[in-house]
Design a protein. Structure first.
Length: 718
C-alpha cells in the first residue's frame, strides 16, 4: 500500500474581507510572485444606492446619469492619498464605506492610500421604502400548500384573528409573500374563499418592481453563530458522516469546522479524522480544521422607472489547516466530495429577504498512489461580484480580482506524481428564496515530478505550483428583481471565471540529485496591464532582463499559448555572470470588447518565471473621417473624404454632413447612410461668403466620432 501525505498549513483564502467601515478593509496583500515587480495601484470604487461620489482625482460617479470613472490606475506612492466624497440624493443617507484607510465622522469622506490595489464600496440607502398602491399581504404565519406551481392552498390558526382577517380580505390583484417553508412571492390572479376561513388562490410570477415605487433594499451583515439555522454543532456530509463545528459565543464571526477531534486545546494535533473512500479504490483521510468568516453585502435600488441599481459583493475569509493522506493503488483521480453546508437564517430588508449558506467541498485531481509530503503558508485574496446600473451601457459589470503571497517549503517526493488536493467554500445567495448567485473558489497547490533536460541538466525534478480555480454563477429563472432587468444580457445563466488565469511556480527542486544545483537565472520585468478601446491599432512592449549569477551557462525558452504575445527571441543561452534582454510585445488590436488574461513564461531546467497580460478592452471610439479634396465655385461645392482606420471602418454605418457660417456653430445639412459613399455635393447658401464644412462618422450601438477637421470655403472672397 502506497501513500500520499499532503499537508496544507494555514491556507488563507479571502474574498473581500470586510470589517465594518474602518481601516484595513479589502486591503490587498502585496503579491509575492517569482520574477514579478510591483504593478501600478488599481483603485476601484463601487457605489450602491441613491448617491454619487466625487474625488480630488479623476474618480467620480453620477447617480442620475450613470456617468463617471469608477476605476483608475495610479503610480504607487506610500505618501500619497486620494479623498473620495459621498453625495447622497435627497431623502437618502450614507450607510457605510468599506475599504477606506479612514472615514470622516459624518461618513461623507473616505481616504484611500496609494499603496496597494483596493476596492472601495460606498453604500447609500433611502430613508424608507415607498410602495406602489398595491396590497402586499404577508402570509408567513399561514399554512400554505403549493399545487401545480401556481395554485396556493392557504389556511390558518383560527385563534390568530389578525391572520384570519388577512385571508378573508385577500382578493385578485393582491400580492402574497411568505418567508417560511415554503417561501413565496406571487401575484394573486383569482381567489376562492372557503367557509372555514381558508382559501384557494391562483397566482402568477411577479417582481419587486411591481410593489416597490422607490427606495433601497440594503443589507451588509457579517454572519455570526447566532445566524446559524442549526445549533447542533455538527454538519452531516454526503456520506452520512458528521463534521464538528467548534462552539463559540453567539456574536463570534469565526466558524471553525473540525475534520477530526483535536487532542489538545489549541487544535494542533488530531485523531478520529474524517475519511472518504472513492470508487477508484483510494481512501482519503483528512485531519485538521478550517476557519470561515462570511460577510454578505447586497443592495437593490428602485427609482421611478424601476430597478435602477443592483449590487452583490460577497466577502469570505477562509483559513485551512489540513493534512490529507491518500492510500490505495496508483490511479488517476478527479473527484469532488461534498462535505456539508453552513446554513444561515434569512436576512431581512423590510418584508423582503435573502437566504444565505456556504457549501463546502474537498477536491482531488491528478495521479495518486505515490508518496509526497509538503507544507505551505499561502495568503490569497479574491474579489468576485456583480453590479447592475440601468443607466450604464453595458448595464452589467463584474468585480473580479485576485492576489496572493506565499512562503513555500520544499516537499518530499519520492516517485513520479502529479496531484493536488483543495478545500472549496461556495457562498450562495437566493433573493426571496428564488434566484441568486453562487461563488466557488478553490485555491490549490499542485505537486508534480518530471524528467527535465535543459541546460545540460537531466534528472527527476519536483515542481510545486499555486493556482486559483473558481467561477461566479447566477442562475436566473425569470427576474425576481425587476421587469426591466436585462435577462437577455444574463442569457439565463450568468457565469464567469474568478481570478487571473494564471498558475505560479512556487518552487522546483532535484529529487534524484542530478539537478541538485539550481539555475541562477533571474528574470526581471513587469506584468502587462493594458486598457484601450476596441479597434485601436497599438502594440505594447516591455523588456525583460535575464541575469545569470551562476558559474555555468543557463539555457532558457519562452512559452505562451497566446498568439497576441510574441518575444524578440523564443529561446537562448545566458552565459555565466552575464545578462540578456528579451523584448515581449502584446498586440490586442484584434480583441473585441471584454476583459482578457493571457499568460507567458520564461522556462529553465528547474524554474519557470510566470507573467501575464491583463487586457481590458472598452467599447470602440470611432475616428473622424478626413476630407481629402474639394471643387467649388461661388455657389456650388463638391468635396471628398476618406476613412483611414480599417479596423474601425467595420463599425461605421454612414456620415453626417455639417455646415457653419462662422467656424464655431455647425448645422447638420445631410446624412449619408451608405458608408461606401465618400463624396458630397451641395449649393453654397448664401453664395459668395465664407463657409466651413465638416463630417461626423456614425455607427452601430450609438457610436459617433468627433467632428472632422473643417474644410474652409471662401467663395468669391477667396
Amino acid at each position: 500500500m502506497r501513500k500520499i501525505h499532503l499537508a496544507v498549513l494555514a491556507l488563507a483564502i479571502s474574498l473581500l474581507h470586510v470589517n465594518g467601515s474602518q481601516a484595513d478593509i479589502l486591503e490587498f496583500m502585496p503579491a509575492v510572485l517569482a520574477g514579478a515587480n510591483a504593478k501600478p495601484v488599481q483603485i476601484n470604487v463601487i457605489p450602491s444606492g441613491p448617491g454619487s461620489f466625487s474625488s480630488d482625482s479623476i474618480l467620480s460617479y453620477d447617480y442620475d446619469t450613470g456617468a463617471g470613472i469608477t476605476a483608475n490606475a495610479y503610480q504607487q506612492d506610500q505618501d500619497k492619498r486620494i479623498t473620495l466624497t459621498a453625495q447622497p440624493k435627497s431623502g437618502a443617507t450614507i450607510m457605510s464605506w468599506e475599504g477606506c484607510e479612514s472615514v470622516s465622522d459624518d461618513l461623507t469622506q473616505c481616504t484611500v492610500p496609494l499603496l496597494q490595489d483596493r476596492t472601495i464600496l460606498v453604500h447609500f440607502a433611502s430613508s424608507a421604502i415607498d410602495y406602489k398602491p398595491v396590497n402586499l399581504v404577508d402570509l408567513s404565519e399561514a399554512r400554505v400548500t403549493i399545487s401545480y406551481d401556481s395554485t396556493y392552498i392557504v389556511s390558518g390558526d383560527k385563534t390568530n384573528t389578525a391572520l384570519m382577517a388577512k385571508l378573508k380580505k385577500l382578493n385578485s390583484g393582491d400580492y402574497i409573500i411568505g418567508h417560511n417553508n415554503p417561501a413565496f412571492f406571487r401575484r394573486v390572479t383569482s381567489v376562492v374563499h372557503s367557509v372555514a376561513g381558508g382559501l384557494l388562490a391562483s397566482t402568477e410570477a411577479c417582481t419587486l418592481e411591481d410593489v416597490i415605487a422607490s427606495g433601497t433594499l440594503y443589507a451588509s451583515k457579517k454572519m455570526t453563530h447566532s445566524d446559524l439555522v442549526s445549533s447542533e454543532g455538527t454538519i452531516t456530509t454526503s456520506n452520512g458522516k458528521k463534521l464538528r463545528i467548534k462552539s463559540a459565543p453567539s456574536d463570534s464571526s469565526v466558524f471553525t469546522i473540525y475534520f477530526s477531534e483535536p487532542t489538545d486545546e489549541g487544535g494542533a494535533s488530531f485523531e478520529n479524522c474524517f475519511s472518504y473512500e472513492t470508487d477508484a479504490g483510494l481512501n482519503a483521510k483528512i485531519c485538521g480544521k478550517v476557519e470561515l468568516e462570511f460577510n454578505l453585502a447586497y443592495s437593490a435600488d428602485f427609482s421611478l422607472f424601476g430597478l435602477k441599481q443592483f449590487r452583490f459583493i460577497p466577502e469570505i475569509t477562509q483559513t485551512s489547516e489540513l493534512s490529507i493522506t491518500v492510500e490505495g493503488t496508483p490511479d488517476a483521480l478527479t473527484k469532488e466530495v461534498y462535505i456539508g453546508t453552513l446554513q444561515f437564517g434569512k436576512i431581512f430588508s423590510g418584508p423582503f429577504w435573502a437566504d444565505c449558506n456556504i457549501e463546502m467541498w474537498i477536491g482531488f485531481a491528478g495521479s495518486f498512489g505515490v508518496s509526497a509530503k509538503f507544507a505551505d503558508v499561502i495568503q490569497a485574496k479574491n474579489a468576485a461580484g456583480l453590479t447592475y446600473d440601468a443607466d450604464c451601457s453595458p448595464a452589467w459589470a463584474l468585480v473580479n480580482t485576485s492576489q496572493y503571497n506565499n512562503n513555500f517549503s520544499k516537499p518530499e517526493v519520492s516517485v513520479d506524481t502529479k496531484a493536488k488536493v483543495y478545500f472549496k467554500a461556495t457562498p450562495m445567495l437566493k433573493i426571496m428564496s428564488l434566484t441568486g448567485p453562487a461563488i466557488d473558489v478553490q485555491p490549490y497547490v499542485e505537486v508534480a515530478t518530471q524528467f527535465a533536460f535543459v541546460g545540460g541538466c537531466k534528472g527527476l525534478t519536483g515542481k510545486a505550483t499555486f493556482g486559483i480555480d473558481g467561477y461566479f454563477t447566477w442562475v436566473m429563472p425569470g427576474s425576481i428583481l425587476g421587469n426591466t432587468l436585462g435577462n437577455d444580457d444574463l442569457n439565463d445563466t450568468f457565469k464567469f471565471k474568478i481570478g487571473a488565469l494564471y498558475e505560479n511556480t512556487l518552487l522546483t527542486w532535484s529529487i534524484d540529485g542530478t539537478c541538485a544545483n539550481p539555475d541562477k537565472l533571474k528574470v526581471q520585468g513587469k506584468n502587462f496591464y493594458i486598457a484601450q478601446n476596441e479597434g485601436i491599432d497599438k502594440i505594447y512592449r516591455q523588456t525583460y532582463t535575464l541575469t545569470n549569477d551562476g558559474d555555468t551557462d543557463v539555457n532558457w525558452s519562452f512559452d505562451t499559448k497566446s498568439t497576441l504575445i510574441n518575444p524578440s527571441q523564443a529561446q537562448g543561452t545566458v552565459a555565466a555572470h552575464s545578462n540578456a534582454n528579451v523584448e515581449v510585445t502584446v498586440s490586442p488590436q484584434i480583441l473585441k470588447q471584454g476583459v482578457y488574461d493571457k499568460s507567458f513564461s520564461f522556462k529553465m531546467a528547474q524554474e519557470e518565471k510566470n507573467y501575464y497580460a491583463h487586457i481590458d478592452i472598452s467599447a470602440p471610439i470611432l475616428e473622424s473621417p478626413s476630407i481629402t479634396g474639394a471643387q467649388y465655385s461661388s455657389s456650388h461645392i463638391t468635396f471628398d473624404w476618406n476613412y483611414y482606420n480599417d479596423i474601425l471602418y467595420k463599425y461605421v454605418q454612414g456620415y453626417e454632413i455639417y455646415q457653419s457660417l462662422d467656424g464655431i456653430n455647425y448645422t447638420q445639412i445631410a446624412i449619408i447612410s451608405d458608408k461606401a459613399v465618400h463624396s458630397y455635393s451641395t449649393n453654397i447658401i448664401p453664395p459668395g461668403v465664407e463657409h466651413w464644412y465638416a463630417l461626423v462618422a456614425y455607427g452601430t450601438n450609438g457610436l459617433r466620432s468627433e467632428r472632422s477637421s473643417p474644410l474652409t470655403i471662401f467663395g468669391e472672397n477667396k
